[in-house]
Design a protein around this ligand. Structure first.
Ligand SMILES: *Cc1c(COP(=O)(O)O)cnc(C)c1O
Length: 386
């Protein structure tokens, strides 16, 4: 089944009892039991709810996994996965990890005696060097945020298998449509469904998918005791959003590729970061493990003055944090996602005062291109053309 058919028919999409064309909202905390001595599927909504179960079955099917879990946010999903580790355990994570995950590791995991080493995600050798006797897992995010750095998933999985470690990936930027980490041997896939999966900038949600039943049991236990479940209304909205993910992603990624090519040729732009561009570091690795460059790109203007003039002139994309909505979203990492990183460290990572990130929406490409062109025309030509 190809993706668009799968998104409409590849999991229990319709209500079996009534034939309703969407899974109903089971707005209930508890379920009347037939008898004190009779077990039943649903008893209490923190343990399980039919609307949430529908979403969990959907994401498992779409990611090609056995079990899915829906959480109150991407961070709740990440926390539930990482809190399975114990005092004395060590994790290896890519250096350009999502900011919230970094904060979780540094402020919460550390307090519980779980340590983390951050490595250059593009260099297999640095992953291998970081592995200690107490290491339990390798945690990847590819492409990374905001510079879209690429990690070779298969190589990291092979390394993990050699050392008997788990692999965990945050697959938010690619979606299951463009990158299927479970099929590459990754053990745990995490999504911020707030982004492309829901796709409408109206829900905060997180999802986890695994193949291994023992791992699934562990994550279910965390979901139940931490209680960070996704509410039924939000489950329903994500289920609805999923049905159009194929169309949205195809449109947004095709436009992103056009925009990346356009920006790479613009004299005001110093650099473009987009895994779909042949000039992007890791482009070939990316295309060996994903079917598209995706819908997020970053680009660098001369300085903050240029950024201010450009963003003021831009009419269509909204300026906001987050990504993955139907509307294009422009963000400025220096004051938004990476504001808490010291300026010197930001500069070292390549997150300069001229860097902007664009999450491309589903608007018509020609309108976005025209808008970008008229905004670029407001700023002087940068010195380095790239
Ligand atoms: C947004 C995001 C998260 C966090 O998700 P929330 O839904 O905001 O909690 C994690 N990872 C990546 C890559 C993200 O973009």
């Amino acid at each position: 089944m190809a993706i668009n058919t799968q998104l409409i028919h590849g999991y229990p999409v319709f209500d079996e009892e009534t034939g309703a064309s969407s899974i109903p909202l089971y707005q209930a905390s508890t379920f009347k039991q037939a008898g004190i001595d009779q077990p039943q599927a649903f008893t209490y909504s923190r343990f399980g709810n039919p609307t949430r179960q529908a979403l969990e079955e959907a994401i498992a099917a779409i990611e090609g996994g056995k079990c899915g879990f829906a959480f109150a946010s991407g961070m709740a999903a990440i926390a539930s996965v990482l809190l399975q580790f114990s005092q004395g355990d060590h994790l290896v994570m890519c250096k350009s990890i999502y900011g919230g995950t970094f904060t979780l590791a540094e402020t919460v995991l550390k307090r519980f005696g779980i340590s983390v080493t951050y490595v250059d995600e593009t260099d297999l050798h640095s992953w291998e060097q970081a592995i200690l006797p107490e290491t339990k897992a390798l945690y990847l995010e590819t492409p990374s945020n905001p510079l879209l750095k690429i990690t070779d998933i298969k190589q990291v999985v092979a390394l993990a298998q050699k050392h008997e470690l788990l692999t965990i990936i945050d697959n938010t930027f690619m979606t299951p449509q463009f990158q299927s980490p479970l099929s590459l041997g990754v053990d745990i896939v995490i999504h911020s469904a707030t982004k492309f999966l829901n796709g409408h900038s109206d829900v905060v949600a997180g999802l986890v998918v695994v193949n291994d039943l023992a791992l699934a049991e562990g994550i279910r236990a965390q979901q139940t005791v931490l209680g960070s479940i996704l509410g039924v209304e939000d489950c329903w909205l994500v289920l609805r959003g999923l049905k159009t993910m194929g169309l949205r992603m195809a449109q947004a990624a095709a436009t992103a590729a056009k925009i990346a090519t356009f920006l790479a040729a613009a004299p005001q732009v110093k650099a473009v970061y987009y895994p779909g561009l042949a000039s992007h570091l890791g482009h070939e690795i990316h295309l060996s493990q994903a079917s598209s460059g995706g819908a997020v790109l970053s680009f660098e203007l001369a300085d903050q003055t240029a950024v201010l003039a450009f963003s003021k002139a831009l009419k269509l994309p909204i300026t906001a944090v987050s990504l993955g909505g139907v509307e294009s979203i422009l963000s400025y990492p220096a004051t938004m996602s990476h504001a808490c990183v010291p300026p010197e460290e930001r500069a070292r990572q390549g997150i300069t005062e001229g860097l902007l990130r664009l999450s491309v929406g589903i608007e018509d490409a020609e309108d976005l291109l025209a808008d970008l062109a008229q905004s670029l025309a407001q700023i002087p030509v940068a010195t380095t053309v790239g």
